[in-house]
Design a protein around this ligand. Structure first.
Ligand code: PGA
Length: 260
């Protein structure tokens, strides 16, 4: 398997969801390349529709500082699964990352914790870096169940991985009530949830937990990106709607990082 991509934090990722086919993808990167000069101190990843991967890679040209990934994979390497793509296929097409368990997959397409676990394992087997998304609904938050839910989602995945593979994954805390709603979690809410996840990672892998990036996602915009990125325990951002505009996302991608 090929070498793993080096990940610098912060990781600032765009999730385009079902937006931008190949034509719009080329146009986007044409503009984004001008708007965002390379920064060595961070990792930028775009989760494109799989059909737009090749156009994205062509559009990026020599911009090796920017990676692309897919939004979903199947856990089997091949087979009679009409409409699905495997991790290996995504890798061959140039993806280096995949989202797993985004709340839209879990809630609109019925993806289970067990399926997410198999997908994370399949991604790692194929050399893709998985970004496992976890997060509670508003109902679960009001019932005081944030930690229960996000730990259940993490544990399901950790349970199928040998401990030495866990540090190869990234996490994204994405509270469901904050996704696409314009209501972001406060930096304090994000820090609290990230702390819960980090503690569990520490139980699982010890000191290696410190190096596992945990991104925040849910209504990240230019105006709140800096405050969220400064929040304790937040190692990056997963941006949906605001990643569709090249100049707006260039500003988010270039958010200054406070000196350590
Ligand atoms: P949003 O989406 O930024 O549009 O809220 C985030 C996501 O779904 O990853």
């Amino acid at each position: 398997m090929s070498e793993w991509t080096t990940i610098h934090t912060p990781v600032i990722a765009g999730n385009w969801k079902m937006h931008k086919g190949p034509v719009a993808t080329r146009e986007f990167f044409h503009a984004f390349r001008d708007a965002y000069p390379p920064h060595e101190d961070r990792t930028i990843v775009f989760f494109l529709p799989a059909i737009s991967l090749t156009a994205g890679i062509e559009g990026l040209g020599d911009r090796a500082d920017i990676d692309v990934g897919v939004q979903n994979i199947h856990w089997e390497p091949q087979g009679a699964f009409t409409g699905e793509i495997s991790a290996r296929m995504a890798w061959e097409a140039g993806a280096r990352y995949t989202l797993v368990g985004h709340s839209e997959r879990r809630h609109l397409f019925g993806e289970t914790d067990e399926q997410c676990a198999l997908k994370v394992r399949a991604a790692l087997d194929a050399g893709l870096t998985p970004v496992l998304c976890v997060g509670e609904t508003l109902h679960e938050r009001r019932a005081g169940r944030v930690a229960d839910v996000i730990l259940r989602q993490l544990d399901a995945v950790a349970g199928v991985l040998p401990p030495d593979r866990i540090p190869r994954i990234l996490l994204a805390y994405e509270p469901v009530w904050a996704i696409g709603t314009g209501v972001n979690a406060t930096p304090e809410d994000a820090s609290e949830a990230h702390g819960v996840l980090r503690d569990r990672l520490h139980d699982l892998v010890g000191d290696a937990a410190a190096a596992i990036p945990i991104l925040y996602g849910g209504s990240v915009k230019v105006d709140n990106a800096a405050a969220l990125l400064r929040a304790e325990g937040v190692d990056g951002l997963l941006v949906g709607g605001a990643s569709l505009d090249p100049s707006g996302f260039a500003d988010i991608a270039a958010t200054p990082v406070a000196a350590a």
